[in-house]
Ligand binder design. Structure first.
Ligand code: MSP
Length: 510
């Protein structure tokens, strides 16, 4: 039986203004999901939309429509974005789904019945855009510490979740599960900034607006949007029915991949909710950095970004995926610029990968009518290359286990660079002039084609469209993960297809 892997992205606020930063989380999650599938896991990859809350209610009002009409219109756009990026999610949850809403109501009621939620009065500061409550001491110059915007003083009857009761259990859990929060710096931030100063009970209902899931036993209250949103990770699996097949199979999640600003919700509120519910905690929460533009925020008001689909139309989906995955050291912030996207596409994809595939297949057509042959006339230079190619599988596996996606990709690119150097060193075109060197020439081309095949399979989680194109050009049936462990699965007497230009070099004005 294959091992299971449950990976989630945050569920997105439906917003008509998707930018490359939003795509970043999802592209990484997609690559990890694809990698796990490739390596034999039974994967459940979930994304979706977080559709309730005061912010949506306000936007819908401005647009003159109901909140549901407002979100319904935007969902199609979110799905279109993920399909343009080749996101292979298994389930798309909407928090307005009826089964989710009912499940959240049951979760709330259970916590209330067992005394983990109680009624009181909330008086304090609230950030509407972030949907976050803040205490006076957490504010920065009286403003929201996350987004820097004005806070609203709210005072209303509210329900509270007994977060404070879980403080010691949470610290113990962190101690016993050192890899629960990665990178480690984010764990220290949670401990020092939030947990050790003392967890305060959390306000989990609102009465001043309507667009949320009603509390069943007190209908003027709607459930706090983060309680609603975080629950998505289990309601999609059928919880609270703990016998639901999906829940039994996939929970606990293996990885919640989230941006750094929402690590707090996923590593404090969410684990405490799960402890209160008496169900297992996710295995890992990884907080990645932000993509920035010119070192600052990607921002609608600054008008500093384009719809990512414009980049996809201009440069191809894999250029965009590759750039997002390769450019930013996972965990840190990185900069996005169209110039850097172009330059990455040119150097890594057009020159290194595209050129290698094109010239190797072209030479095979020119010298052997596109037929693969392996007379096995190998020299030490060939053995060196083969060794590196075969080692790649384990190297990539180690990097992916550590979620160092950019480094995994770079290892593959390095082997492709070595293949290009192998061509320069063995100079097939000069061997072609000498009839007695034909077998040597055939061997060299076979070694190159086989190296390309192995690299294409290992690249498939990251640039799936290109990987398929390469394997189609090779016309090979040897596409399994197992076939990359040893050198020589590429069939002989195989008729290669005509080479194509995988990536056009993009000319820039300067
Ligand atoms: N709805 C909440 C998540 C609830 S999960 C139970 C939310 N939504 S969001 O649409 O604002 O953000 C979704 C994801 O996009 C987050 O992981 C966030 O960090 C990520 N990003 C938004 N802008 C980003 C960048 N500029 N760079 C990288 N990721 C960014 O938060």
């Amino acid at each position: 039986m294959s091992k299971k892997y449950y990976i989630t992205t945050p569920i997105y606020y439906p917003s008509a203004n998707f930018h490359i930063g939003h795509c970043y989380t999802t592209i990484i999650a997609d690559s990890i999901a694809r990698y796990k599938r490739l390596t034999g896991y039974d994967v459940f990859f979930q994304t979706g939309t977080d559709e309730h809350g005061e912010k949506i209610e306000k936007k819908a009002k401005e647009a003159g429509v109901t909140p549901k009409e407002y979100v319904d219109k935007i969902i199609a756009d979110a799905k279109d974005m993920w399909s343009s990026l080749g996101i292979s999610y298994d389930y798309f949850i909407r928090t307005t789904d009826k089964n989710h809403e009912e499940a959240v109501q049951k979760i709330f009621k259970k916590l209330y019945d067992q005394g983990d939620i109680y009624k009181s009065e909330y008086k304090g500061l609230y950030c509407v855009p972030c949907e976050s409550f803040w205490t006076e001491s957490q504010t920065v110059d009286g403003k929201c510490p996350d987004c820097g915007r004005e806070l609203k003083m709210v005072s209303e009857e509210a329900y509270f979740f007994r977060l404070s009761a879980y403080q010691d259990k949470l610290i113990k859990f962190y101690d016993e599960h050192p890899d629960f929060i990665l990178p480690i710096s984010r764990k220290n931030e949670m401990l020092n900034n939030f947990i050790k100063p003392g967890l305060e009970d959390l306000c989990v209902s609102r009465t001043s607006f309507k667009w949320g899931i009603p509390v069943t036993f007190d209908e003027k209250h709607v459930i706090y949007v983060w309680i609603d949103a975080l629950s998505n990770y289990i309601t999609s699996l059928g919880y609270p029915d703990e016998n639901s097949p999906l829940y039994k199979k996939y929970w606990p999640a293996d990885l919640h991949l989230v941006g750094k600003e929402i690590v707090r919700f996923h590593t404090i509120i969410w684990p405490c909710m799960l402890m209160a519910l008496g169900i297992p905690l996710p295995k890992q929460v990884f907080g990645h950095g932000w993509l920035k533009i010119a070192g600052g925020k990607i921002s609608k008001s600054l008008g500093n970004y384009k719809d990512p689909r414009e980049y996809i139309s201009a440069y191809g989906v894999d250029a965009v995926r590759y750039y997002a995955l390769r450019e930013v050291p996972f965990g840190s912030d990185g900069n996005f610029s169209e110039e850097a996207l172009i330059s990455r596409t040119n150097t890594d994809l057009a020159n290194n990968l595209g050129n290698l595939v094109n010239r190797t297949i072209s030479m095979s057509h020119k010298y052997f009518d596109g037929l693969t042959k392996n007379p096995n006339i190998n020299e030490s230079i060939d053995e060196d290359l083969k060794k590196e190619v075969i080692a790649l599988k384990d190297i990539v596996e180690t990097k992916m286990q550590e979620l160092k996606v950019n480094e995994a990709i770079d290892e593959i690119m390095e082997v492709l660079r070595k293949c290009n150097k192998y061509i320069d060193d063995t100079t097939p075109w000069s061997l072609a002039k000498d009839e007695t060197k034909k077998d040597r020439l055939a061997t060299i081309l076979y070694n190159l084609l086989e190296s390309i095949r192995i690299c294409a399979i290992l690249l498939s989680p990251f640039i799936p469209t290109t990987s398929d194109k390469i394997l189609d050009e090779l016309n090979t049936k040897a596409r399994s993960y197992e076939s990359v462990s040893s050198f020589g699965s590429l069939e002989t007497n195989l008729k290669l297809n005509e080479p194509t230009i995988l990536f056009n070099r993009i000319e820039t004005k300067n």
